[in-house]
Design a protein around this ligand. Structure first.
Ligand code: ADP
Ligand code: MG
Length: 239
C-alpha cells in the first residue's frame, strides 16, 4: 500500500471539512477523488501535508505514519503536489520553476530530469527562458506537473489539473497522466470536478460529499453508476 487514510478528520476553526475519510492508493494505481465544489477535495490533498493537520485519524505513507510530520518532511518522503490553480512562480523562468521543483532532489539528476521533462512537454524546452507568468493556462499546468515531477516523487497528487483549460490541453494533460502511469509506473492521486476524464483514466475512484466518502469503485463502475452520472456527469458539475 502506498497511501492509506484511516478515519481522517480535519477542521478549519469551526468548519468540519473532513469527516472520517477512509481511502487507499496502491503502488502503481491511478486513483481519482471526485466531488462537487466545496466537498473537501483540496482539504484532503493538503491534509496529507499536514495543512490543515488531521484532527483525528491516521495517514500512512509507504508503511510509515506521517500524520504528525511537518510538510517538508512529508515532501522528502516522496509526495509531490500539483496544487489547485497551478501556483507556478510567475516571475521566474520556466527553467527556474523546474529548479525549484528539484530543490529536494539529488542535484546529480537535474540535467537528465530536465531532459525528460522537455521530452514529456516539448513546449517547456522551447520556452525555458520565458517567465512562467507569460505562459498560457495549459502551458502553466504542464509546468506545474513538470515541476512536481522534478522531485522524483513516489506519489504524484494533482488537484483539479483540468480546471479552466481548453479541451486540447485537457486531453494532453490526461494523456500525459496515463503515460506516466503506464510507462513509468507513477502512482497518481487525482482530484477532479471533471469526473468524465478522471474516471476514464483512473483504476479506482472515490466520491467525496460534505467531507465523507459516499461511494467507491473502479473508474468503470463509477462511470456507469446512475448516482454518479446524475450528480457529476449529467448534472451541473461537468465542465
Ligand atoms: N483555508 C480555509 N479556511 C476556512 N475554510 C476553508 C478553507 N479552505 C477550505 N475551506 C472550507 O472547507 C470546505 C472544503 O473546501 P475544499 O477542500 O476547498 O473543497 P473542494 O476542493 O472540494 O472544492 C468548504 O466548506 C470550504 O469553504
Ligand atoms: Mg478544491
Amino acid at each position: 500500500m502506498m497511501l492509506e487514510l484511516r478515519g481522517v478528520h480535519a477542521h478549519y476553526g469551526p468548519i468540519h471539512a473532513l469527516r472520517g475519510v477512509d481511502m487507499a492508493v496502491q503502488v502503481g494505481e491511478v486513483v481519482t477523488l471526485i466531488g462537487a465544489n466545496g466537498a473537501g477535495k483540496s482539504t484532503l490533498m493538503m491534509s496529507l501535508f499536514g495543512l490543515p493537520r488531521a484532527s483525528a485519524g491516521h495517514i500512512i505513507f509507504d508503511g510509515e505514519d506521517i500524520t504528525g510530520l511537518p510538510a517538508h518532511a512529508i515532501a522528502r518522503r516522496g509526495i509531490a503536489l500539483v496544487p489547485e490553480g497551478r501556483r507556478i512562480y510567475p516571475r521566474m523562468t520556466v527553467l527556474e520553476n523546474l529548479q525549484m521543483g528539484a530543490a529536494l532532489a539529488d542535484p546529480l539528476n537535474f540535467e537528465v530530469d530536465l531532459q525528460r521533462m522537455c521530452a514529456l512537454f516539448p513546449i517547456l524546452g522551447e520556452r525555458r527562458h520565458q517567465r512562467g507568468g507569460t505562459l498560457s493556462g495549459g502551458e502553466q499546468q504542464m509546468l506545474a506537473i513538470a515541476r512536481a515531477l522534478m522531485a522524483r516523487p513516489k506519489l504524484l497528487l494533482l488537484d483539479e489539473p483540468s480546471l479552466g483549460l481548453a479541451p486540447l490541453y485537457i486531453r494532453k494533460i490526461f494523456q500525459t497522466l496515463r503515460e506516466l502511469n503506464r510507462d513509468h509506473g507513477m502512482t497518481i492521486l487525482l482530484v477532479e470536478q471533471n469526473a468524465h476524464h478522471a474516471l476514464r483514466v483512473a483504476h479506482r475512484a472515490y466520491v467525496l460529499q460534505h467531507g465523507s466518502i459516499v461511494l467507491a469503485g473502479t473508474g468503470r463502475e463509477l462511470l456507469a453508476s446512475a448516482e454518479v452520472r446524475a450528480a457529476y456527469l449529467e448534472g451541473g458539475q461537468v465542465r
